[in-house]
Design a protein around this ligand. Sequence first.
Ligand SMILES: Nc1nc2c(ncn2[C@@H]2O[C@H](COP(=O)(O)OP(=O)(O)O)[C@@H](O)[C@H]2O)c(=O)[nH]1
Ligand SMILES: [Mg+2]
Ligand SMILES: [Zn+2]
Length: 278
Amino acid sequence: MKGIGGFYYVSDGKGNVFECKARGRFRREGLKPMTGDLVEFEALRGGGSIEEILPRRNALVRPMAANIDKLLLVLSAGKPAPDLILADKLLIQAEKNKIEPVILINKTDMDRIQAEAIRRQYACYAVLLTSARTNEGIGPLKEILRGKSACFAGQSAVGKSSLLNRLDPALTLETGGLSKKTARGRHTTRQAELFYIADCDAYIIDTPGFSMFETGLDKSETAVYYPEFRIAAQACRFASCRHDKEPDCAVKAAVERGDIPRERYERYIRIIHSLEEK
Ligand SMILES: Nc1nc2c(ncn2[C@@H]2O[C@H](COP(=O)(O)OP(=O)(O)O)[C@@H](O)[C@H]2O)c(=O)[nH]1
Ligand SMILES: [Mg+2]
Ligand SMILES: [Zn+2]
């Protein structure tokens, strides 16, 4: 469920949670239990010991989470202003790890026009408009999550924990973290933690927000993870086209026609140029 200070909290799936230590051999093998892991553990009096980590279906580094079907990328239509470069990088990471992304544009109650403008940039993805304040989109979100495991991701204070509280009224996760002062204080999510939502039979991982993120990709492979580039890219003159300064680029032509959102394309160029600088 979560790890804090060398302790790992393991659920037996029957409502009991055990505070476990990981076996020394994991450390020697460079393995560390992650939130979302399936493990074999030995229940001891007053705690337990993790004996095996079962093979992972997938594992994300940012946020740290294992075995997830869907990545819930939360963006704010109000404050904080959405960092769409960060969003694009998280989408790239999801594509690379074959995890289905779902974009949640939250805080629609603050700025619906901004919410619609963001939605238009991500037309090739599943996008849901939500408000943890007015409850907008919570019903459809439950259907998207039914029977799945999912992980929240996004900047801090976009409303990840608030949305999770809405999914299960029994949850009382700490929310806040909008002001700089409290960002390191009590009202913020400090580690990835998994929750079972009985209402939609889903396992959801809440995660702390972050702002810095590197995809760790090569600039020539980055375009592959843009679903809206894929069809157009087949018509580029060069098979190795990065859709930057190459001649006869069908992706750039699609941007000019308005078939690919210009903002997405311009951020793509910024992302690959920053890779070149490195
Ligand atoms: N107006 C509005 N505020 C929201 C909404 N969702 C969350 N908030 C507020 O935004 C702040 C940060 O929320 P929190 O859930 O802690 O964000 P997290 O850091 O992503 O988990 C809190 O003060 C919430 O009450 C929303 O849909 N509308
Ligand atoms: Mg939170
Ligand atoms: Zn091209």
